[in-house]
Design a protein around this ligand. Structure first.
Ligand code: CIR
Length: 254
């Protein structure tokens, strides 16, 4: 969770048509843009250098740069997103990653979304989901091996978009998780902080250096983390939440 740099992408006007599992109404472009601007400002305050890529009208979900690639200080991996409409986002981000990283690997087969990947000091956890299949997860594990990283393939709870929809890393030993994900036992080697019932989307929080960014719609989670001694930065996620996104989705971090 110690990062020097992040990549983000400006939301397109088409973001209002972003993919979602349940329709709770379209987000507004202005609303997403405001949430995105505040996110960039919070990143800079947290001490990271932010590269802002231009909006891509042809890709409504392209603001969620976390999904088409994976980055580490050792190198980047170009993924194959599991949603048809998002597949070609990889080619859009590739030139930037080739500029910034000496080593850029390509996922050779299967499907994998970055939202299904949780990097921890113990391993890189890859959650199988509707977006990440077994072939993609295993191909990704070999790419990670080439970067010197240990991978672990795990399950995502049924009906949850991405593995990281339901969890985030709070520090080297601690994860923030929904009860439904924690119940699966994937985090038994960690200290676990469980999201209060009813605030499940708050699990997609984001630790960056000294702060934990948390959705401002989740007061009980904020209070809990505050009491545990974390420095919480609440950020609005109401609009991106309508298209199933949270705080990790909007950046690539290394
Ligand atoms: C999608 O369904 O792909 C987008 N509407 C939301 C992606 C969220 N990304 C993430 O959790 N990493």
């Amino acid at each position: 969770y110690r990062f020097n740099s992040v990549i983000v992408r400006t939301p397109s006007q088409s973001v209002v048509n972003g993919l979602r599992a349940d329709d709770r109404g379209n987000p507004t472009h202005a609303g997403v843009k405001a949430e995105h601007d505040a996110y960039i400002a919070a990143m800079r305050d947290a001490g990271v250098e932010v590269t802002v890529l231009p909006a891509l009208e042809a890709f409504p979900d392209s603001v969620f740069v976390e999904d088409p690639a994976l980055v580490f200080t050792e190198g980047a991996i170009l993924l194959r997103p599991g949603a048809e409409t998002r597949m070609k986002e990889t080619a859009e981000i590739a030139p930037t990653l080739r500029d910034l990283f000496d080593t850029v690997l390509d996922l050779p087969s299967g499907y994998a979304d970055g939202g299904d990947v949780l990097t921890t000091p113990k391993s890189v956890m890859i959650g199988l989901s509707a977006r990440t299949d077994r072939t993609g997860a295993e191909a990704l594990a070999s790419c990670l091996d080439r970067l010197g990283r240990k991978a672990e393939v795990v399950a995502t709870p049924e009906g949850v978009l991405h593995f990281k929809t339901d969890c985030s890393l709070l520090d080297d030993e601690t994860v923030l998780s929904t009860a439904r994900l924690a119940r699966s036992g994937v985090f038994e080697d960690f200290r676990q902080v469980i999201i209060p019932e009813g605030e499940e989307p708050a699990a997609n929080a984001l630790r960056v250096n000294d702060v934990v960014m948390v959705g401002s719609d989740f007061p009980r989670t904020i209070e809990m983390l505050d009491r545990l001694g974390y420095k919480v930065v609440p950020l609005k996620t109401t609009e991106i939440g309508k298209i199933d996104a949270g705080l990790s989705c909007m950046s690539l971090r290394w």
